[in-house]
Each structure stands twice: as C-alpha cells, then as structure tokens.
Design a protein around this ligand. Structure first.
Ligand code: NAP
Length: 303
C-alpha cells in the first residue's frame, strides 16, 4: 500500500514511519529545507499551501492513502500568527482534500483535543465542539471542511502527545522537560490543565489501524491516565531519574502571556478500544517505553 504522510517529519510523522508495517511504501512531505534520513522513505519538500507543488507530487505517485498531519501545530504560535495559522492549516487542508477527492484516495485527517472548551470532560467523539483559542478554531474549521467534502474520511483527534521527536521537530512536554531538568532548570507547571497524555507510538498504531481496517468518522486517541501538567512532569522526572525538586506547581494565572488553554479536555476512548482494538497505554508505561528507546534528543523550543 502506498501512503503519503504530510508533515512526515513531525512527532506524529516520525512515529508513523517508525511503526509502519512492511506492507507500506511511504512518501512524506514537509516544508522546510533540511535533509531527511529515513530508510526506504521518499521525502519531498512541498508546502501544502502551494497547490501547484502539491499537485505535482500527487501526479508522481498513485497513493492509496493520505495521512494529513502537516500544518502549524503550535498553539501559542498560532494565537499570535492567526493568518499564517489559517493558511497553513485550513487552506493547506483544502488543497490536500481537493487532490484526494480527484483521485478517490483514503484520507485520514489529524485534528486535536483543542476543539473542546474543557468544561465538560471527559469527551466522546460526538460531543459539541467549542474551542477557546485560535488553534482550536482552526481545527474545528478543518474538521468541518473534511466532513463536508470527504464523508468517507477518518478524523483522528490525538490528545497531548509525548515521545522522542525527529531531529527538526518541535519539542513536546516530555522532551522539553527532560532537557530542562538535565540542565538543572527550575520549572513551573500548571496544576489546573488536565489531559490523558498519549504516547506518540500509540497514536501512530491507532492511525495504522484506522487505515488497515478502513475506518471512517472521528476517533479520540488518548492514554489511560488523566493528569495535570504538574503530575505529568512528576512522572517524567520519576521515570527518567531526574530531580523532581526542580518542579514547582502553579496555576494557569502564572502564565498570562500564553494562549488560553481549555482546562480539562480528557477523552473517553471507547471507540479506540472497541473499533480499533487498542487499550490506552498507562502513562508510566508509555514513558518507560520512551526511556527504553533511548534518547536521540535534538531539541528545538517547546511551544
Ligand atoms: N503533538 C501533539 O501533542 C498533538 C496533539 C493533538 C493534535 N496534534 C495534531 O497532529 C498533527 C501533527 O502534529 P505534530 O505534533 O506531529 O506536528 P509537528 O511535530 O509540529 O510537525 C509538523 C509537521 O508539519 C510540517 N508542516 C508545517 N507546515 C507545513 C506546510 N505549510 N507545508 C508542508 N508541511 C508543513 C512540518 O514540516 P517542517 O518541519 O518542514 O516545517 C512538520 O513535518 C497536527 O495536525 C497537530 O495539530 C498534535
């Protein structure tokens, strides 16, 4: 099966490449100019905002499935660069969907828990969306676009993810924290924002199952344990043997400059379990799997 992964050099893309079975031939695209080392994977620099570049790429290969993970995924960056955020995500998704429709290709869109306002957790797939920040509004718009034009698509909503990111990708809450604790930096973490964090490897496993099983509709993908960011950090420090006295609990008011966050977007994962046959991984187990893989860590800023 020939699969195109847009955003193939990000956290999700890296995990998809690492977990793809032998029956898949992978092509990835990303935007910035850097070399990609991934055995057996064809990589192209294509901006999803550029219809011509995208169309050329679709012309080169007959893809059986497209996993659309490209776009600016930083909540705080998008809050302050709204137009760029819409272009990269909404216009980019429209361009990808147009080509998918022309060729009748199986489509998986990566959305987010940011579509919810965090007031009525835990959330099922059918619950009403009501985003509290620009990033969430963009994700809702992309979901609407995908559902309207491509009703046979699958929309995967991962929750807050952790794992070793590929060399040029953003850090995530685990790798950001590990880097800070290695440097001995005191770190403030909020006690009033909750998720059930997801190991990127399990997110990728869920996406591959969606494709293998030909699933459609929305899927909430999350880990087993609902924790605050402070509790998450304590567990990271424990599993990686780092100094937890550097961690300081605060509430969201401590960070007035960042984008508003929904307080509790934890997911119910009945569909992930019943339809995909995947049991959400306990947080400690996900972190232990991450530790067992060893750190290829190259860090960029966490946002
Ligand atoms: N990480 C999470 O915790 C999380 C949680 C919920 C949902 N999600 C969603 O999952 C998806 C993937 O997230 P991620 O964390 O893997 O993202 P990421 O690590 O930030 O990677 C983003 C990827 O998209 C590419 N990209 C960005 N703008 C592009 C453009 N205009 N044209 C082509 N490629 C572009 C980047 O390429 P370059 O490196 O070349 O810029 C990179 O490969 C996103 O839709 C995100 O909203 C992520």
């Amino acid at each position: 099966m020939r699969v195109l992964i847009t955003g193939g050099t990000g956290l999700v893309g890296g995990a998809l490449i690492a977990t793809a079975g032998s029956g898949y031939r992978l092509t990835i695209l990303h935007q910035r100019d850097y070399p990609v080392q991934a055995d057996g994977v064809e990589a192209f620099i294509v901006d999803v905002r550029n219809r011509e570049q995208l169309s050329d790429l679709f012309g080169r290969g007959e893809f059986d499935a497209v996993i659309h993970a490209a776009g600016i995924a930083s909540v705080d960056y998008v809050e302050h660069h709204v137009e760029e955020g819409w272009e990269s995500n909404v216009a980019g998704t429209q361009n990808v969907v147009d080509l998918v429709l022309k060729k009748d290709i199986k489509f998986v869109y990566l959305s987010s828990n940011a579509v919810f306002d965090g007031r009525q957790a835990p959330y099922r797939e059918g619950d009403s969306t009501n985003p509290v920040n620009q990033y969430g509004r963009i994700k809702v718009e992309c979901e609407k676009l995908v559902m309207r034009l491509c009703p046979e698509a699958a929309i995967v909503r991962p929750i807050l993810m952790y794992g070793w990111q590929p060399p040029h990708a953003r850090a995530n809450p685990a790798t950001w924290l590990i880097d800070r604790l290695r440097r001995g930096q005191p770190t403030h973490l909020v006690t009033d924002v909750y998720e059930n964090p997801l190991w990127a490897g399990q997110c990728a496993a869920a996406i591959w199952r969606v494709i293998q099983m030909g699933k459609t509709g929305i899927f909430h993908i999350a880990g087993q344990d609902i924790v605050s960011r402070y509790e998450f950090a304590q567990l990271v420090a424990g599993v990686f043997g780092m100094d937890s006295t550097l961690l300081h609990p605060v509430d969201s008011g401590f960070f007035p400059a960042i984008a508003p966050r929904p307080k509790n977007t934890s997911f119910l994962t009945e569909r992930m379990q019943a339809d995909l046959g995947l049991d959400p991984l306990p947080l400690r187990e996900g972190l232990e799997r991450m530790r067992a893989l060893g750190s290829p860590l190259t860090l960029s800023s966490h946002t």
